[in-house]
Design a protein around this ligand. Structure first.
Ligand SMILES: Nc1ncnc2c1ncn2[C@@H]1O[C@H](COP(=O)(O)OP(=O)(O)O)[C@@H](O)[C@H]1O
Ligand SMILES: [Mg+2]
Length: 364
């Protein structure tokens, strides 16, 4: 349960032409549960393999607490890593597979038995402990792999690379809460890689969002939802993601075409921006509001618990999440209001400010 510090760590698979992981400085704090979230190909596995030592980074240094491990091979790092697909000794029993990492480190027999039974009970493997691993279905095999990753109490960190991919969806929820339970017990530093926002948000103390080889934001789940610092976080997190609308800052007013969307909070140089506001916070009305942006209703998705009202502002789609049973007819004119405390301004994809109430200024 060490702090794992990456100092200018980056990786290129093609001799420096492109970076799979752009040089970054970041510390994984001991005993915290992290989710590393990002789309396929953004560098998640590369980053994990660098921490475990399977991959030597092209640049940068790695520290476990005050010990530098940049050149230390995997075996010397005391890390447990679980991969996307089962990695087991197929001819061994489930029990022996779970015991293997402990026997390998000369843990006393009684302690091995205690740990194996503990992990087995937690993961629901009791009735298959004596069975050969190759006789289990892939989902069960993966749960055994997970158990192998969790069986050693004294590891610097547990790294899980999309570990529930082959597991039955109905079991995923249970396993994730078991993982949290085990994490609370052992206090491992835990990094859980996923491309699934629900998995990340329900699992982690802190979510690290990776895009295109770079960390774009880190924070608690609610922070990423309520206060995205980057457009990518806005649309990757949330369902549907954040609405983005081109606008113009003149003086301290934000305009969309001829309409006023709000005032600028603080100082922002004039020029183009993108307004970012989540569907949850867009207010939609049939009558003109000030501030407000006129929009054309294009349709409504009835989701049961709520409605998603689709509109267009010029060429741009804007979605408002409303109570179920809304009555916005397709083709109707509507007015969108963006609440100041939930609406942000972006330049070059990075948040540069937020909206403020108009307080009587700037109306048409
Ligand atoms: N062994 C490799 N050789 C060359 N390119 C690789 C290799 N592994 C990964 N890449 C490339 O590096 C980038 C990051 O990959 P990866 O870390 O596997 O992403 P993720 O796990 O987020 O899907 C991708 O563009 C991928 O194609
Ligand atoms: Mg991967």
């Amino acid at each position: 349960m060490a702090d794992i510090r990456l100092e200018g760590v980056g990786h290129s698979y093609d001799g420096g032409r492109t970076w799979a992981l752009k040089p970054m400085t970041w510390t994984w704090r001991g005993a915290r549960a992290y989710a590393l979230l990002g789309p396929s190909g953004c560098g998640k596995t590369t980053l994990l393999n660098i921490i475990s030592g399977l991959l030597t980074p092209t640049v940068g240094r790695i520290w476990f607490d005050d010990r530098e491990v940049t050149g230390v091979p995997t075996a010397g790092r005391n890390i447990a890593q679980v991969f996307q697909f089962p990695v087991l000794y197929e001819e061994m029993s489930v029990y022996d597979n779970l015991a293997f990492p402990l026997r390998n480190r000369k843990v006393p027999r009684q302690e091995i038995d205690r740990r194996v039974r503990q992990v087995s009970a937690l993961l629901g493997l009791d009735e298959v402990l004596r069975r050969r691993s190759r006789r289990l279905d892939p989902g069960r095999q993966q749960i055994v792999s997970l158990g192998r990753g969790l069986v050693r109490p004294e590891v610097a960190a547990v790294l899980l690379d999309e570990p529930l991919t082959v597991v039955d969806p109905a079991l995923k929820w249970t396993l994730r809460s078991k993982l949290k339970e085990i994490h609370r017990d052992t206090g491992h530093t835990l990094v859980y890689v996923t491309h699934d926002q629900t998995e990340a948000l329900t699992f982690a103390d802190e979510v690290v969002v990776l895009n295109d080889g770079a960390i774009v934001q880190t924070g608690e789940p609610a922070e990423l939802f309520l206060s995205p610092a980057h457009e990518f976080v806005g649309h990757f997190i949330g369902s549907p993601g954040m609405n983005m609308l081109p606008a113009e800052v003149t003086g301290d007013i934000v305009r969309v075409g001829k309409s006023t969307a709000g005032a600028v909070k603080g100082d922002l140089p004039p020029g183009p921006v993108r307004i970012g506001v989540r569907p949850e916070f867009v207010r939609i009305a049939g009558e003109r509001t000030s501030p407000g942006v006129p929009a054309r209703v294009t349709g409504t998705d009835r989701m049961g618990a709520y409605d998603l009202v689709h509109t267009r502002v010029g060429e741009h789609q804007m979605i408002a999440k409303t109570e179920a049973g809304s009555s916005h007819e397709p083709g109707a004119l509507a007015f969108l209001h963006f609440p100041a405390e939930r609406t942000f301004l972006f330049r070059d994809q990075v948040r540069c400010g937020s909206l403020a109430p108009l307080n009587g200024r700037g109306e048409e």
